[in-house]
Design a protein around this ligand. Structure first.
Ligand SMILES: Cc1cc2nc3c(=O)[nH]c(=O)nc-3n(C[C@H](O)[C@H](O)[C@H](O)COP(=O)(O)O)c2cc1C
Length: 212
């Protein structure tokens, strides 16, 4: 990434980054993720757009093994009482296997850092809170990839179990957890993300008019 700066190379580097970034659910537990890199990622996250530039995000950075284990317990319980059945019928088998590895087989627990991305509803009206938080969260994922780290965006904890997360992290009542992002060095090289060709999701002028 040291070649950033000249036009074409910069474009190619961005294209590589954005087309290779994908969910990582098993991390090298021995590899460090220094605060300096966490700060860089969150700096990149906070350059995202937000409604009226309200910047309603708050990031709780968790290293504590106790808290990460508690997250793992909550997720395992959810998996056992219906989460696995839901994902099995909703997702292709390969995606199910990836998610199962992260939750039931403890892959996500190997992440040295979890960032819980929150929205402060004192600073943004609720209808715009998600649209103001997820661009920042995506910047966080891309920044992690840029710095050579794996990441996984999750919302199970911050939706179904939001109250437990709120208690664990002492969130004030106006601060809503929106995503749990697991970060660390990937334990193994990830393949390319599986995505449909963009044109299959594009419509020319009106819906249903094929792009091609
Ligand atoms: C809104 C949202 C919620 C997600 N929640 C979870 C989750 O709870 N657990 C998990 O392991 N992955 C979660 N993911 C990651 C998706 O499973 C992943 O982005 C998708 O399967 C594509 O996988 P890939 O990036 O490996 O291609 C979530 C992604 C999004 C956008």
């Amino acid at each position: 990434m040291s070649d950033l700066g000249s036009g074409t190379t910069e474009n190619r580097s961005f294209a590589e980054l954005v087309t290779h970034q994908r969910a990582c659910r098993r991390f090298d537990a021995g590899a460090d993720l220094p605060d300096e890199d966490v700060l860089t990622m969150i700096t990149h996250a906070t350059h995202a757009p937000s409604a009226e530039n309200s910047q309603p995000w708050e990031f709780v950075v968790i290293r504590s093994i106790e808290t990460r284990r508690r997250f793992g317990d909550i997720m395992s319980e959810a998996w056992a009482i219906g989460g696995a059945d839901y994902v099995r019928q909703a997702a292709p088998p390969t995606v199910y296997a990836d998610i199962e590895d992260g939750i039931a087989a403890g892959g996500l627990l190997t992440a040295p850092v979890v960032v819980v991305v929150c929205a402060d509803l004192d600073r943004v009206a609720e209808p715009w809170s998600a649209a103001s938080i997820y661009p920042a969260t995506q910047n966080l994922l891309l920044s992690a990839a840029y710095l050579g780290y794996g990441s996984c965006l999750t919302t199970g904890l911050t939706t179904i179990f939001a109250d437990q997360v709120r208690d664990l992290l002492s969130l004030p009542s106006t601060v809503v957890p929106m995503a749990g992002v697991y970060l660390g060095r990937a334990a193994r090289r990830l393949g390319l993300p599986r995505r449909d060709p963009a044109a299959t999701h594009m419509h020319r002028e009106t819906y249903g008019n094929s792009w091609t």
